[in-house]
Design a protein. Structure first.
Lengths: 744, 152
């Protein structure tokens, strides 16, 4: 990487060409501003590594500042496993420009070498979070607060001095300080797009190491870290009373309704309370829920026939392959239910209006604060300049959840108390019942098998759209905009276009299957709100395609690995399939009632290659006991972080595949707590082994490539264990029994 | 006024008797390390030690902790990160990390009772703690390595 010339202007630098948008210096530290945000995936650490190498600085002289609308680049959404792919070229270009402008030359020097896992806490004081996290609590309780924050971690920091492992012609401490000072003296108005940047990409010293995550100590030690931990002076708490069902409208709140310590906020069917004390606000919310009277209607489909509903509902077709396909010999249909993000934290946001009510500032865990800013301004008829946002972390984000909606809720509540910051938090029931869902899907796949070869393939998939983020379809797309007076219903979700697609993501098999006809049918009704959840349609399409491949392998009398390799030409695809077969001891004997199955995909057909073998034990309960993953992610920035993401993605997908299903009656979502919406727990989480293939190809995201292959591997393993093909998710014991009863 | 001990410090709190302990900790005492997840005692993110026992603090009313001894995740780090915390950091056993406060508390209490557990026992001990990011395996391994006498 050290000899790559930087001549092409990366897209994100072209869109954000001002040097000062990316780089500033404070207290001897180079601050690198990015538009990407921490969602629990460790991106701030990966970007820290890239930035350190790009600048030729040791990581402790670099600090990543996350997205805010007043400064820093607009990098769109943090989504689609694109953060490293989009940001690495930008940071390398900016770093080369800085080294050129600061006349440090092309040596790409650095004082730091590869760091070991033992350097655990060197990044304490990571300031990417709001300064407001430091202002907590009631000063009278300050004796309690002294247990936090700067309590010494010296026992974990003893390895610091071992770190300096001189390599090459490195800058010494004084030279680094001089270099940083020169960076600080650069003109922030410098137009990066107007420079002739020819410098090297920088050294590869920090990239490729397991640099510890900057955010983990705060999270393990219980320090303020999350948006819900913000404690600015004058803080107030807010709650929204959501309607009791999807299509409910408010008929009445009793005249003169009041509760101690709170102010009622009402705008059409939007109801909320704001108060100084959190317990007052919670009590008032419960009282308001008991007092409000709603008009309700049945608008939801039959939860036990979602496939039937999807196939009969109005839909728009998108054809991605239109070959004439000979008559097929085998057909199967698959389905998945609605799923929900089910983050451990409910959505949350803080907003503060100026005293004069002219402008509002918002702290949000949105994946796209710039789009959210536009949507808030649009919804309230404000000038864009009147709305500003900064990102603040919340629990894991797996797609378009309630973050943006909560931000707008906070804005609406805080408007009632100008000058006061209002911290708004959803309830668990709202999080599971009102956040956008991963839509139900169904597909029919058929193929012609000739002498063990697939020669003709058709695939039709039905789904609601997978994208309803703020601003889509010309609508702010924020939940409360449908509830306020004069509000308009949220339009049905649409689908992102190709080549990534939404419903059609990974609907085109990577295999050589001869003539193909592939069509997506995006349902234009939206009884339940749908949007993007990790891997979008890729999870389901890979489940269906890879299950069907095993059905074809059985028909052809071929081993599933053999069938896959016979139809794969891409060497990187073949390599992960072969590697996972090897690592999982594919074909070796297993105990009775244990089965092994494989799933493979290249995420979006553009991203990471991932093959997974699952081992399931089919006793009285289905138990996924082991997953073996082989993945080609291109150049890996942080191998430990990549393994964590892959493993986590696969375990979450194990939960989706085996236990999860949003439940509802004809009126409302009924799976609104952790008892009615189950997720995988510690005793049933599988063991996961991750194998990364060496690669110096451009980096590809790790967070979404494992989901589809996991589902398929589990379904294929169930078939191997029991001889029964389950085509409807989730793969519960009941679904297996049903499949046995229905099998011919 | 309700008086109890938090992290070794005697406090008096003027909130109604039915106020959840979690709200008292976060809103009245500024101890935000215990996280809100569900408010129903079903996810474990808000677990604290109540007289030595790991319990969710979101569904315990204030009156129930009168004169009791409460230790939060912050209190476990009062003398520096405790062995479970050190091990979680060493293993980088987090993705979003929102569940970890409760897991630190539950695992610390469990290891006090069962200093030499198996991986299965650790997983069973964390049955009440939800992790949505799929970090279960690393967390279990970190807790195992936090055992007394386990190699650092």
């Amino acid at each position: 990487m050290t000899t790559t010339s930087q001549r092409t202007l990366p897209g994100h630098v072209e869109a954000n060409p001002r040097l000062g948008t990316w780089i500033s210096v404070a207290d001897g530290i180079v601050e690198v501003h990015v538009g990407k945000v921490e969602l629990g995936q460790g991106i701030l650490t990966a970007l820290h590594q890239i930035a350190a190498d790009a600048l030729g600085l040791p990581p402790e002289r670099v600090r990543i500042r996350t997205a805010r609308t007043e400064s820093g680049p607009d990098q769109g959404l943090t989504a689609g496993s694109m953060s490293v792919q989009e940001t690495a070229p930008a940071l390398r270009y900016v770093g080369a420009a800085v080294r050129q402008l600061a006349e440090v030359g092309d040596a790409g020097r650095s004082v730091v070498s590869r760091r070991s896992q033992s350097d655990l806490l060197n990044h304490q004081g990571d300031p990417s979070q709001s300064d407001l996290l430091n202002h907590q609590g009631d000063p009278s309780q300050s004796d309690l607060l002294n247990h936090q924050g700067d309590r010494s971690q010296s026992d974990l920091l003893n390895h610091q001095d071992d770190r300096l492992n001189q390599q090459g012609d490195l800058l010494n401490h004084a030279e680094i300080t001089d270099y940083v000072d020169r960076i600080g003296g650069l003109n922030p108005e410098t137009n990066l797009a107007g420079l002739d940047v020819v410098g090297h990409a920088g050294p590869t010293l920090v990239v490729g190491t397991d640099l510890p995550r900057v955010d983990i100590p705060d999270k393990v030690l219980g320090r303020p870290r999350f948006v819900s931990d913000l404690r600015p002076p004058g803080l107030m708490h807010g709650r929204v009373l959501r309607p009791p069902s999807a299509a409910a409208s408010l008929r009445a709140v009793p005249e003169g309704w009041a509760a101690p310590g709170v102010e009622l906020v009402r705008d059409g069917s939007f109801l909320g309370v704001v108060g100084e004390r959190e317990d007052d606000v919670d009590r008032a919310l419960a009282a308001l829920a008991a007092a409000a009277v709603w008009d309700e209607h049945d608008t939801l489909p039959d939860e036990d026939d979602l496939a039937g509903w999807l196939r009969s509902a109005a839909s728009d077709p998108t054809e991605v392959a239109v070959d004439v396909v000979p008559e097929r010999t085998r057909t199967a249909t698959y389905s998945k239910p609605y799923l929900v993000h089910a983050s451990i934290a409910p959505s949350c946001a803080m907003a503060r209006w100026a005293e004069d009510g002219a402008a509002v500032h918002v702290w949000s865990h949105s994946q796209g604060i710039h789009r959210l800013r536009l949507a808030i301004a649009d919804a309230l008829g404000l000038d864009l300049e009147a709305v500003s946002l900064e990102h603040a972390e919340n629990a894991g984000c797996y797609g378009h959840n309630g973050a943006d909606d909560a931000a707008f809720d906070a804005v609406l509540l805080a408007r009632a108390v100008p000058g006061r910051p209002v911290l708004l938090r959803w309830s668990r029931a709202d999080e599971l019942g009102w956040a956008p869902l991963s839509p139900a899907m169904t597909s029919t796949v058929s193929a012609r098998l000739v002498d063990g070869r697939i020669d003709g393939w058709s695939y039709d998939v039905w789904s609601q759209g997978h994208a309803s983020r703020p601003g889509y379809a010309g609508h702010p797309g924020l939940l409360a905009t449908a509830h306020v007076a004069g509000g308009t219903p949220l339009p049905p979700a649409s689908d992102p276009p190709g080549p990534s697609f939404g419903s059609l993501r990974n609907a085109v098999p990577l295999y050589d299957v001869g003539p193909r006809a592939i069509t997506g049918h995006v349902v234009t009704e939206a009884p339940l709100r749908a949007s993007a959840m990790r891997s979008l349609g890729g999870f389901f399409n890979v489940f269906a395609i890879e299950s069907f491949l095993d059905e074809l392998a059985a028909e052809a009398g071929l081993d599933p690995v053999e069938l896959r390799l016979a139809h794969l030409t891409d060497p990187r695809a073949r390599a992960v399939v072969e590697r996972v077969a090897d690592e999982s001891a594919w074909g070796s004997a297993l105990p009775e009632s244990v089965g092994r199955g494989m799933g493979f995909a290249r995420y979006k057909n553009l991203g990471a290659y991932c093959a997974i073998v699952a081992e399931v034990e089919a006793g009285t309960e289905l138990r996924v006991r082991r997953l073996v993953i082989a993945a080609d992610l291109g150049l890996v920035i942080n191998p430990d972080g990549a393994r964590n993401q892959l493993s986590g993605g696969a375990v979450q997908a194990t939960s989706w595949t085996t236990v999860e299903r949003v439940r509802f009656d004809r009126r409302r979502v009924t799976s609104t707590d952790w008892e009615t919406y189950s997720i995988l727990r510690f005793p049933t989480a599988p063991r996961v082994d991750v194998h990364l293939l060496d690669s110096d190809q451009p980096p590809l995201g790790a967070g979404e490539c494992a989901q589809g292959p996991t589902a398929a591997a589990i379904a294929n393993a169930v078939h191997a264990a029991l001889g029964v093909r389950v085509r409807d998710l989730p793969l519960t014991s009941e679904a297996i029994v049903r499949a046995i009863e229905e099998s011919p | 006024m309700t008086a109890f001990t938090v992290n070794g410090v005697r406090v008096e709190v003027d909130r109604p008797d039915d106020t959840p302990l979690l709200t008292v900790l976060r809103d009245a005492l500024g101890l935000v390390g215990s996280r809100f997840g569900c408010g129903q005692g079903l996810c474990g993110a808000c677990m604290v030690l109540l007289d030595g026992k790991a319990v969710p603090s979101c569904d315990i009313p204030l009156w129930q902790v009168a004169d009791a001894d409460v230790v939060t995740v912050e209190g476990l780090a009062a003398e520096g990160p405790n062995p479970v915390q050190q091990s979680l950091i060493r293993h980088q056993a987090a993705q979003c990390g929102y569940c970890l406060s409760g897991i630190v508390v539950a695992a610390t209490a469990f290891l006090d009772q069962e200093p030499e557990p198996s991986a299965e026992q650790v997983a069973q001990a964390l049955e009440r703690n939800l992790c949505r990011c799929g970090t279960h395996q690393r967390i279990v391994q970190a807790v195992l390595d936090a055992r007394s006498g386990a190699p650092a």
